[in-house]
Design a binder for this molecule. Structure first.
Ligand code: 9WN
Length: 435
């Protein structure tokens, strides 16, 4: 048997086992030990994979998350399982409660107050397509559409903190790439809280060399506490950390196109969604494209200017359907070039510049290859006709996922497992690639 066929044969039963073991009855934890609650973009990726096992379960995954939506439209990045002991994950549910006691979350639900990248409309569309009759018949699409529309409105109306038509993130956890070197300069302005004032739980489950540092955590806590104490208000100029990230904005554009398709399936007007996607695409090109780097960069709204660090988030605009051909070609050259080495020095795209001063092949978002990023890139490559590159990436992802025990991330050179194992989105997305 070739290694590709062996990988395929292992991935499907292995992925099913991971997803079954991590299912709680209403949603799926990213991993039993390290992440014992529901995470926002994880659930979107998980539903994309679990729709191949059970469409109902994938619907439930997304609807559990959407039930925790705040009254301003935001989808919180964590929905806490209140049966889990509070110390099992830091920060726990009590951390996010403002002094007023009101978070905007629906009663009876414990959530965080920050957000994660908007992959949800894309996930809902893919779950719908897995069984359109069931999705319309059960009311899944009709229930999720207004919630997704409110979510996108929150992002475009309340989070345009740079005033240029893009969504800004106000915490490094929001773009989902927590300790990316892109945040080093903007975070250096943040005064960390002292390490003795909080108790990390992540180091009980993960190697310290694979995780963010205590100094990173001190700054994460300061930013989250300031946001909470300000009543989660999104006023321009009120956040110490405000960044426009190309990954977050590209995912919003892809999801806005998905929302247009959802609207059409429900007999609603898709044009406002297409118009919003077009406006966001123009703003993305205008504010974040760097022709010299051949990549989209992050914009530091507080400090001003583009951040000169090359992150895989800058390749994610390949998911944008209306990207100009010259931009697509430049991104393809950058992906294969010395900074990301795709198909030349590595088989899976690293999270950060292989040549960057901060590159570390083991530490979280500072170099390791992640399966969600590679799944998104595979989709983007295919969308723009780079079929050979997409096929090679798919084959590598299947092989490495199976060999690594569905690792959270891997060393991009050696492909050795890093972080936790039996990680849900690795299982879900490789299952999606396999079937
Ligand atoms: C903080 C759950 C999440 C992912 C993020 C990843 C990591 C959390 C943490 O785990 O972040 O949200 O505790 O480190 O960076 O992308 O959603 O899998």
């Amino acid at each position: 048997m070739t290694s590709a066929r062996r990988a395929l044969a292992q991935v499907v039963p292995g992925a099913r086992r991971v997803l079954d073991e991590n299912w709680t009855g209403s949603s799926t934890v990213p991993s039993r030990g390290l992440y014992p609650h529901q995470w926002s973009w994880d659930s979107a990726f998980i539903a994309i994979g679990s729709r191949h096992l059970s469409v109902r379960r994938a619907q439930r995954e997304l609807e559990t998350l959407l039930t925790a939506q705040w009254d301003d439209g935001r989808i919180p990045h964590i929905v806490y399982n209140q049966a889990v002991p509070p110390g099992a994950y830091f920060p726990g549910p009590d951390f996010w409660r403002p002094s007023t006691g009101h978070t905007g979350a629906p009663p009876g639900v414990a959530t965080s107050g920050i957000v994660q990248p908007p992959v949800h409309a894309l996930a809902c569309l893919l779950v719908h397509r897995a069984d359109p009759r069931a999705s319309v018949g059960s009311g899944f699409l009709a229930r999720t559409y207004p919630r997704l529309a409110a979510w996108h409105r929150y992002l475009t109306d309340r989070r345009d903190l740079g005033g240029g038509g893009l969504v800004a993130v106000v915490h490094p956890w929001e773009p989902g790439m927590d300790n990316s070197p892109c945040w080093d300069a903007p975070l250096a302005r943040v005064d960390p809280v002292p390490p003795e004032t909080f108790q990390r739980a992540d180091l009980d489950h993960g190697a310290a060399t694979d995780r963010p540092t205590d100094l990173d955590y001190g700054r994460y806590v300061r930013l989250a506490a300031d946001y909470r104490d300000g009543g989660y208000e999104d006023r321009p100029g009120s956040h110490a950390f405000t960044v426009e990230d190309p990954g977050v904005n590209a995912l919003l554009i892809a999801s806005e196109h998905a929302l247009a398709e959802i609207a059409s399936s429900l007999g609603a007007d898709p044009r406002p969604h297409r118009a919003r996607a077009a406006r966001l695409t123009a703003a993305l090109l205008d504010r974040l494209w760097d022709p010299a780097a051949g990549l989209f960069l992050c914009r530091d709204v507080v400090g001003g200017g583009l951040i000169p660090e090359l992150s895989a988030a800058g390749l994610l605009p390949l998911l944008v359907p209306e990207l100009p051909r010259a931009t697509v070609d430049a991104l393809l050259r950058t992906a294969a070039g010395e900074h990301f080495g795709l198909g030349t020095s590595v088989r899976l795209v690293p999270s950060y510049d292989l040549r960057g001063a901060a590159f570390d092949p083991s530490r979280y978002w500072r170099g390791p290859a992640w399966f969600n990023v590679n799944w998104l890139l595979e989709r983007g490559l295919r969308l723009h006709g780079a079929v050979g590159e997409a096929d090679a990436l798919r084959a590598a992802a299947l092989e490495v996922a199976a060999a690594s025990g569905f690792a959270e991330y891997v060393d991009p050179y050696t492909e050795e497992a890093r972080g936790t194992r039996d990680f849900s989105w690795t299982a879900a997305l490789t299952l999606d690639l396999a079937v």
